[in-house]
Design a protein around this ligand. Structure first.
Ligand code: MD6
Ligand code: FE
Length: 230
């Protein structure tokens, strides 16, 4: 059967080049937002947000959950990927097929075929929560992109360069936006300004950010470019 007249029209999503290899897919997750929220709620029922310590011993302002074979954790022992929740010793919930497929599709839309995320970190920002300027360097394949999905309250995302001292731009990330960065700017510095107070119609006074990564999986066809190889 051919597509019915009553199917939703194909979405046209604005694709904004942020930097070399970095794309903002404006509103990309809106078409399936109900499924996004329901699926994230399912993961959170199995693995609620945890409030972790930085390696320096200070509590993070951001609550964190994970799904997938690996999860990103921080405590006094440092930042790392762990196959289990350090509080319970139990594996993280599996990455729902819907989330994985959406991440694969978003990566492809940004020009990255073959995406195979093994981590989905889910961050909860409440008003005042922030994330300082950093780069994501704990993954084994520094070519594989990060796919970052914003839900709920808007935030001001900080987009810097390859050196901490480089100028930083401010991007507004809205509910449903997807930011994909890889290739030449995979190691760009980035962060999140303190979340402004507000009420989102679906999520209330919070922002959720999902970041998909290939932490312990390399892109097919490319030599892994990792810390130990440099
Ligand atoms: C965000 N998160 O929450 C962006 N990076 O909008 C990150 O950039 C991030 O939460 C590395 C490790 C954990 C994170
Ligand atoms: Fe990051």
């Amino acid at each position: 059967m051919t597509a019915s007249l009553f199917d939703d029209p194909p979405q046209s999503v604005e694709r904004i080049a942020i930097d070399d290899g970095a794309w903002l897919l404006r509103g990309w997750a809106l078409a399936a937002q109900t499924q996004w929220l329901a699926t994230v709620q399912q993961v959170l029922a199995a693995q609620p947000f945890r409030r972790s310590l930085t390696p320096g011993g200070r509590p993070m302002s951001v609550g964190m959950s994970n799904c997938g074979a690996w999860g990103w954790v921080t405590d006094r022992a440092g930042y790392r990927y762990s196959p289990t929740n350090p509080d319970t010793g139990l594996p993280w919930p599996a990455m729902p097929v819907f989330l994985r497929q959406q991440a694969v599709d978003a990566a492809l839309a940004a020009g990255y075929p073959g995406y195979a995320p093994d981590v989905c970190l889910i961050n909860q920002y409440q008003p005042g929560a922030r994330m300082g300027l950093h780069r994501d360097a704990d993954e084994m394949d520094w070519q594989a992109p990060i796919v970052s999905v914003s839900l709920g309250l808007p935030c001001t995302f900080l987009w810097g360069g390859l050196e901490r001292s480089h100028p930083v731009r401010r991007l507004s990330l809205l509910h449903g936006d997807v930011l994909v960065w890889g290739g030449a700017t995979r190691m760009a510095y980035h962060g999140v300004q303190p979340l402004k107070d507000g009420q989102h119609a679906l999520l209330g006074a919070q922002r959720w950010n999902l970041t998909f990564r290939m932490a312990r999986t390399a892109l097919a066809g490319g030599l892994p470019r990792c810390k130990s190889a440099q």
